[in-house]
Design a protein. Structure first.
Length: 248
């Protein structure tokens, strides 16, 4: 009795795949999706089965931003005003020179961008999204010094309107030849060094662009106790910080 059920499951699977392949699609620019997003979630793992990391960026009215990962947070109120909450950091953020604090803030702002920019580079800036909400898969490549990295890229419009894009590394192709005894020049050490910088096969990154209504401004009464300013001010609340840094 098992065989008919197995055949039925196989046919159903093939039918679902065919429907997904034939679904109408729309081309979506990833940079445009990022510009229109009210929040962006980036999940990534260093290999198959590895515990994923989560990095989120929330956008507020007036260009304010909150970046968060693990128990770390960076709040940007305006170009001159950013605050760090980095518990457990050694040395403590409050002990760092202003230049280092500013660098941490800038790195947080770039972290979310680099993830979707890397995927955008693989797919020439845009991906196909099925109008019926089914997954769309495609193969993509990214060059490295001695060959290419291959990826399986999946895109999907979620029921809540969010756009999900996932890139899984499937192969590292090295087209350079290893040196032989007697060769006058060898790139072996450089090849090994470059390979060590690449992600492992099975590593993945998933970016979700949410378009829920944009949050209002951060509450002026929000306490900044435990937060460290990148400019060295001692604002007690978000409202104080806006006033001190001319963010009004």
């Amino acid at each position: 009795m098992k065989a008919p059920f197995a055949r039925t499951a196989l046919v159903a699977s093939m039918f679902a795949s065919a429907c997904a392949a034939n679904a109408a699609t729309t081309s979506v620019s990833l940079s445009k999706a990022a510009d229109q997003a009210t929040s962006i979630e980036t999940r990534s793992a260093k290999g198959k089965g590895a515990t994923p990391d989560l990095f989120t960026t929330h956008y507020y009215v007036g260009g304010e931003m909150m970046m968060a990962w693990a128990d770390q947070q960076v709040l940007v109120l305006c170009r001159k005003s950013a605050y760090l909450k980095l518990p457990g950091m050694k040395p403590a953020a409050s002990e760092l020179p202003l230049e280092q604090r500013q660098m941490i803030g800038a790195q947080a702002m770039m972290a979310g961008y680099t993830s979707y920019a890397a995927i955008a580079e693989m797919v020439d800036g845009s991906i196909a999204v099925a109008d019926d909400g089914s997954e769309v898969r495609r193969q993509a490549e990214r060059p490295w010094a001695y060959g290419t990295e291959r990826y399986d890229v999946t895109s999907q419009r979620m029921p809540n309107g969010a756009l999900r894009v996932r890139a899984v590394k499937t192969a590292t192709v090295n087209t350079a030849k290893r040196s032989k005894p007697g060769d006058s020049f060898s790139t072996d050490e450089d090849q090994d060094a470059r390979l060590s910088e690449l992600g492992a096969v099975g590593s993945w990154t998933e970016v979700t662009f949410h378009t829920t209504p944009r949050r209002g401004e951060v509450d002026p009464a929000y306490s900044l106790k435990g937060w460290v300013s990148v400019t060295g001010d001692n604002a007690a609340t978000v409202g104080d910080a806006r006033r001190i840094n001319g963010c009004e």
